[in-house]
Design a protein around this ligand. Structure first.
Ligand SMILES: *Cc1c(COP(=O)(O)O)cnc(C)c1O
Length: 222
């Protein structure tokens, strides 16, 4: 990460490392925190709540990075410091309602389907402007930036056009200066692609395998 930051003329300290902890238990998560990750991200609500109850995330902010089902939203608002995978006005309104009931403001990122993949989470780029405008008017919610999971490619270098497109969107949306929105974070890049993402302008990467090793899918947590 530091190498990629320096190569692109940026300060390594400005890039946040989110450990993508799915399928790794609370002890492994605590090891990652002790080793210095900046935050932990989880994909599944039940797994997150179980590990939260075990104290897995003590010491760093907790992010939700998985597919956001509307019927689970109320369980994570206020528990997560940042919900990275928000992609509809309906979700934003539900988060705002729950946050208002808790008398908090929930930080979120808006997920963009930058590869325009059918059936994949995220808004299309052309829908972002309207969604951000409405999010800025929704009490209880504060947009802090954008997140993307580009299409899978064999060669990480082939992700670069998607990362570049995301950075351009991030710059464009920052310049629009929406009410109540501060574009701090651009979350993109995973184990195989984080260097490309950082070089393109990411300041938050989500890394699982390169921290924890390969996931053992036969083991269910939570
Ligand atoms: C699992 C996951 C990651 C990390 O993937 P790795 O390839 O294991 O680094 C990043 N982002 C999201 C949304 C994930 O679900």
């Amino acid at each position: 990460m530091a190498e990629a930051a320096l190569q692109s003329g940026r300060d390594p300290k400005e890039i946040r490392l989110v450990a993508a902890a799915k399928m790794n238990d609370a002890a492994a998560v605590q090891d990652a925190i002790a080793a210095g990750v900046d935050a932990v991200g989880e994909n599944r609500v039940q797994e997150l709540l179980t590990k939260h109850g075990q104290g897995a995330y003590v010491g760093v902010p907790l992010h939700f990075i998985g597919h956001l089902q509307t019927n689970k939203i109320r369980q994570i608002v206020g528990v997560c410091d940042l919900i990275e995978s928000v992609d509809s006005l309906r979700q934003i309104e539900m988060i705002g309602k729950r946050a208002a009931a808790l008398e908090i403001v929930q930080d979120i990122l808006v997920e963009v389907n930058i590869g325009r993949e059918p059936g994949k989470a995220g808004v299309f780029a052309e829908a972002l402007d309207e969604l951000l405008g409405k999010a800025g008017e929704t009490p209880g919610v504060r947009v802090k930036g954008l997140m993307a999971i580009p299409p899978y490619v064999e060669n990480p270098a082939d992700s670069r056009p998607y990362f570049d497109a995301m950075y351009q969107l991030f710059v464009d949306m920052t310049e629009k200066k929406y009410d109540n929105i501060s574009m701090h974070f651009l979350s993109m890049g995973m184990s195989d692609s984080f260097a490309e993402a950082i070089k393109a302008g990411a300041n938050m990467v989500r890394i699982g395998t390169a921290i924890f090793g390969a996931r053992r899918y036969h083991r269910e947590i939570g």
